[in-house]
Design a protein around this ligand. Structure first.
Ligand code: KIV
Length: 274
């Protein structure tokens, strides 16, 4: 029996091969309608656990659950057919052991249909990255500023500001690359260090607040669209949708209050009796 595959998405090997090709275009995405809009313009959509901040108004990503990630992952998969979709493993779902990480990553992949997962951490989770990739789960790593370690770091701080910090961060990059990660996010990292790591490791580096020399870039979509009133300083905004939405809602409210809104009979005309 042959099965026809309807969609041709960007693949994990294609992203890995981008180390020597065009920069990898990535954005976060959490819902179906925006997934549809981004799909043909990006190589990779990340269902990031930043949805805790963006969608749920949480202060950190620490309370984000597997169920929240799976629900958003399903929506993004339904809304897209081209980009590679990666779903973040939330805090507490992968740190305990490679076996527990595997079980949760399998759940994410089966229930969403996504092609890969992302996990924060370098050398400390390299064994887990290896365990998963050996068992059919592509892993994107994430080092530098890792928001799930908010309490350990005592806030969100740029990593690698002093050269004394560099060897440990370089070792993290090498550890996840050697363990089989297909790409690594470098977040909130001193520019020369991110550029150095990009030259050192054989997998693509995806920068966010890191360096233009990374092999690709990612931003939180709502930040670059102007929907976040307090975006991080490094974010370049490509639209100001926040004020546009507010203006539209203001006009709508004025129409409703002026009874200038079409009645139901205009939208759903009554059927004529035959
Ligand atoms: O959760 C997220 O959106 C991320 C990106 C910022 C890389 O991890």
């Amino acid at each position: 029996m042959s099965v026809t595959v309807q969609t041709k998405r960007v693949t994990v090997p294609e992203i890995r091969a981008a180390k020597h090709g065009k920069p990898v275009v990535c954005l976060t995405c959490y819902h179906a309608h925006t997934a549809r809009l981004l799909d043909s313009h990006v190589d990779l959509m990340l269902v990031g656990d930043s949805l805790g901040n963006v969608m749920h108004g949480l202060e950190t990503t620490i309370p984000v659950t597997l169920e929240m990630m799976i629900m958003a992952g399903r929506a993004v998969m339904r809304g897209s057919s081209h980009a590679l979709v990666v779903v973040d493993m939330p805090f507490g779902s992968y740190e305990e052991s490679p076996q527990i990480a595997f079980r949760h990553a399998v759940q994410v992949m089966k229930e969403t249909g996504c092609q890969a997962v992302k996990m924060e951490g370098g050398a400390r989770i390299a064994e887990t990255v290896h365990y998963l990739t050996q068992r059919g789960i592509p892993v994107m790593s994430h080092i530098g500023l890792t928001p799930q370690s908010f309490n350990v770091m005592g806030g969100f701080k740029t990593q690698g500001r002093t050269e004394a910090e560099w060897p440990a961060i370089e070792a993290d990059a090498k550890a996840v690359s050697d363990a089989g990660a297909f790409a690594v996010v470098l977040e909130g990292m001193a520019e020369p260090l991110a550029a150095k790591i990009t030259r050192q490791i054989p997998i693509p580096t995806i920068g966010i607040g890191a360096s233009a020399e990374c092999d690709g870039q990612i931003l939180v979509m709502e930040d670059m669209l102007g929907l976040n009133p307090n975006p991080p300083k490094f974010v370049r905004q490509y639209a100001q949708l926040g004020p546009e939405i507010e203006a539209a809602v203001k006009n709508y409210a004025a129409d409703v209050r002026a009874r200038a809104f079409p009645g139901k009979e205009n939208v759903y005309p009554m059927k004529r009796a035959v």
